[in-house]
Design a protein around this ligand. Sequence first.
Ligand SMILES: NC(=O)c1ccc[n+]([C@@H]2O[C@H](COP(=O)([O-])OP(=O)(O)OC[C@H]3O[C@@H](n4cnc5c(N)ncnc54)[C@H](OP(=O)(O)O)[C@@H]3O)[C@@H](O)[C@H]2O)c1
Length: 257
Amino acid sequence: MALAEGLLQAKVCNASDITITRRTATVLESLQEKGFATSSNNAEAIKDADAIFICVLPQQLDNALAQLKPVINLQKQLVVSVVTGAHTAVFKEKLGEEIRIVRAMPNTAMKVGASMTCLSAVNANEEDQQIVQSIFDTVGQCIWIAEDMMSAATALCACGIAFFLRTIRAASQGGVEIGFHAHDALKIAAQTAYGASKLLITNGTHPEEEIDKVTSPKGCTIAGLNEMEHQGLSSAFIKGIKLSSVMAGNLYRESNK
Ligand SMILES: NC(=O)c1ccc[n+]([C@@H]2O[C@H](COP(=O)([O-])OP(=O)(O)OC[C@H]3O[C@@H](n4cnc5c(N)ncnc54)[C@H](OP(=O)(O)O)[C@@H]3O)[C@@H](O)[C@H]2O)c1
């Protein structure tokens, strides 16, 4: 949905050019009110589509692919999958070897136009790749990666949103303990995190370079930072990202055991 709304905001197409399928009828009604074409019949919905976006959970994928298999035209139709852990080998096996497919790993910041989307193409030509990138460009930044980096991308980019949000929550909790009301603490923590991120993106600098600018000798910043490191801040982050990456790679396989 966030992607469809991004396309509308960027005026790439009209709502009626996008058909969204769901199995829940009530949700489809609200999508119709926004002008989207809707259907609960995947086979019917893809008939005239140039590109088919598959955005189901790993455990729902086999069922969705079985519905597409009899009608998909692999010569004409490009497939884009955001399904975590589903290698393109799965799509080749279930839909056909000649499939043109791009895997995409965005994050929920799509909703505010600030996603980091990792893309990887298999059998997709230059034009396919340009089209997919232009679509995801409407909701943030894109980077092309090799498919074997998709699980790593899931951890760093899709799960990453939750990791950074937890650090903002932790900072705001610290803020309350040192005297701020909760809403002020959260506002200060969130804007500070936004500022830190923007410094890196705008200046193209390494975090440590920006950290050096705030850490005065014998000062309070380095004292706080070093205490966090003694408590395992960086180590906890690295270990969490490694675990998420391993789990992301296994999600489709595990859900079909
Ligand atoms: N959330 C993230 O941050 C994120 C980021 C990157 C990638 N992903 C991946 O994106 C996929 C979707 O994640 P999500 O968080 O959006 O999950 P979700 O909220 O559970 O969405 C899955 C959607 O698929 C629909 N669906 C399931 N089977 C269907 C079928 N046969 N035909 C049509 N619609 C069907 C479901 O609606 P009905 O039940 O109404 O059919 C539901 O709206 C997952 O593979 C996830 O790993 C998620």
